[in-house]
Design a protein around this ligand. Structure first.
Ligand code: SF4
Length: 238
């Protein structure tokens, strides 16, 4: 008999079209709960909202974050606040294994300026890849309205890069909806979002966006000196 036919009815339930994030998470935990599930987060506002939702539904969950060595102090502090707030989430540090000094010695100073794709490959993409080997299901908080490259984000899809099921519960939400959820549920978030930083990554590659409000949908402050818009963790390219 095909495995699918042996599943209990609740685990065979179809995911409703246009389901809200909490419903998607409920469905996914029911459907994939016996497999190795993880969430990843860079501690943006979207990720914080998703982690709050996940913490309400799971007993334990590993949350992988990539430490590039270049995160803002506010981001490291937020990680600690989230860990204290959600004790059932186990925050796991991913690292590429190359120190900033080793990177500079091999590739030159300020690789983020001379070759940001290579810098992201070393410090982000390689770091995450080593953590995803035994993962079956990946929760991530990317949304369609974040950027053109994310406009076609599917709620549930097979990810060929890591060969696992990728779930994006917040795919259909806007920044306004995320902010409303964060406020309504007192979710910890990065205070830099209130200081004109709509998207927050490494210190070397993130700038404030003048005039940006906390609900501004923009990645304009990232990699301002290049055409780059993605670090390479999502999609095939960097
Ligand atoms: S965001 Fe910038 S500093 Fe961070 S890994 Fe990518 S290129 Fe390097």
């Amino acid at each position: 008999m095909h495995d699918k036919l042996k599943l209990p009815a609740a685990r065979r339930a179809r995911l409703p079209k246009d389901a809200e994030p909490q419903v998607i998470i409920e469905w996914a935990v029911e459907r994939f709960g016996r497999q190795r599930m993880v969430a990843t987060s860079a501690f943006g506002m979207d990720g914080c909202a998703m982690l709050d939702m996940l913490s309400r539904r799971v007993e334990q969950l590993d949350v992988i974050y990539v430490d590039t060595d270049f995160l803002f102090d506010e981001t490291y502090a937020l990680r600690d606040r989230l860990a204290a707030r959600y004790p059932n989430l186990n925050f796991m540090r991913g690292h590429g294994g190359v120190s900033p000094e080793e990177q500079a010695a091999k590739h030159g100073e300020k690789l983020w300026e001379s070759n940001p794709d290579l810098c992201c490959q070393i410090r982000k993409v390689d770091a995450l890849a080593t953590m995803m080997n035994d993962v079956d299901v990946w929760f991530t908080s990317i949304r369609r309205t974040q950027s053109l490259t994310r406009a076609h984000t599917e709620t549930v899809a097979w990810d060929w890069k890591y060969e696992l099921t990728k779930i994006c519960p917040l795919a259909k939400w806007t920044k306004e909806q995320v902010w409303a959820y964060v406020q309504a549920n007192d979710v910890p978030f990065n205070p830099l979002h209130l200081q004109q930083y709509p998207s927050i990554g490494c210190t070397h590659c993130t700038r404030a966006v003048p005039g940006a409000e906390v609900t501004t949908e923009s990645r304009a402050g990232r990699w301002q000196s290049s055409e780059k818009t993605e670090c390479g963790l999502h999609g095939d390219g960097i």
